[in-house]
Design a protein around this ligand. Structure first.
Ligand SMILES: C[S@@+](CC[C@H](N)C(=O)[O-])C[C@H]1O[C@@H](n2cnc3c(N)ncnc32)[C@H](O)[C@@H]1O
Length: 290
């Protein structure tokens, strides 16, 4: 595609925030790939008691894209594509004609390209290092923009919504699956803990709001919302229970160091606590550009 060659020549300069994201994801790449062997790398949808992060992550992706209409499959943008499994599946399994996967992490983009080459899949799949908040695409080019478990990181989400609206054709679909931090608690101790976790998780404070504000922001950007579905009960508790299980421990320790395992356990303990205290949600939106 000529347009992609032009994009290739533009130099991507990560912002300070994006440098932190890149470092977070790249330093954990090997560990993440040992846990998410199939390359789907998200919090997962644990409705039917999946047995692993592999199956739960794939289930979240399938749940989110199963509603993709045929008229939405001509030219699709997969934002925050990670290891590229979502992008490749959009082409192979969901029969999207042209699929672009973008991510700020060059190592992940390279990994995704190699994965795609290795499985000898369709040649209508493209990967590019690019930010969700400053896309290099022309206006009105995509039929769908999909962002799975990544928008909470963007600095900030509203900037991404503006960009998604710009690059979508009129009537095009925006599909988001995203964690929501509803609020920062007011008590000094909890506030400090949540702020520290937001920093560790690379979440800008401007992305802290609940799902009704999220929906309003989507609408204010020039979309009509078709679906809003909170699936928090199928994410935080079952994912956390799985991470605490002996099954996961045995699985991880076969190939990994103890340090990352204990860090993950601590993270999920706080995530589940956040969910139980009403601070955390997980939402799916499907919206259409007006
Ligand atoms: C949890 S992973 C999700 C990967 C993929 N969507 C999936 O479900 O397998 C989040 C991804 O978002 C990417 N990301 C974070 N901020 C980004 C930005 N501003 N633009 C593009 N990608 C970004 C990260 O590098 C990471 O690969």
């Amino acid at each position: 595609m000529d347009e992609l060659e032009e994009i290739n020549n533009k130099l991507y300069m990560p912002t300070h925030h994006e440098k932190a994201i890149i470092s977070k994801y790249e330093s954990n790449m090997n560990f993440a790939l040992s846990v998410h062997k199939n390359g789907f790398h998200n919090m997962g949808y644990w409705a039917d008691g999946p047995e692993s992060f592999d199956s739960a992550s794939k289930a979240l992706f399938d749940f989110v894209v199963s509603s993709l209409e045929d008229d939405a499959k001509e030219c699709v943008l997969d934002v925050g594509a990670g290891f590229g499994a979502t992008t490749i599946s959009l082409s192979d399994e969901h029969k999207c004609k042209n699929v672009f996967g973008i991510d700020v992490s060059y190592s992940q983009v390279e990994y995704a390209r190699k994965r795609h080459e290795k499985i000898g899949a369709n040649n209508n799949v493209y990967f590019q290092q690019m930010s969700a908040t400053e896309m290099q695409f022309d206006d009105d080019v995509f039929d769908s923009v999909i962002a799975i478990d990544c928008a909470i990181h963007f600095n900030d989400r509203v900037k991404f919504l503006d960009e998604a609206n710009r690059v979508l054709k009129k009537g095009g679909y925006l599909i988001i699956a995203d964690a929501c931090v509803n609020k920062i608690p007011s008590s000094y101790f909890k506030r400090s803990v949540v702020k520290a976790l937001l920093k560790m998780w690379c979440v800008p404070e401007s992305n802290v709001y609940g799902i009704s504000d999220y929906r309003n922001k989507i609408i204010e950007t020039g979309f009509e919302t078709i679906v809003e579905n909170s699936i928090a009960d199928k994410v935080w508790r079952p994912a956390s229970e799985f991470v605490m299980s002996n099954k996961f421990k045995d699985f991880v320790l076969e190939s990994n160091d103890l340090g990352k395992y204990y860090l993950l356990k601590a993270m999920f303990k706080y995530l589940n606590k956040g969910y139980e205290e009403g601070l955390l949600d997980f939402v799916i939106y499907k919206a259409r550009k007006i």
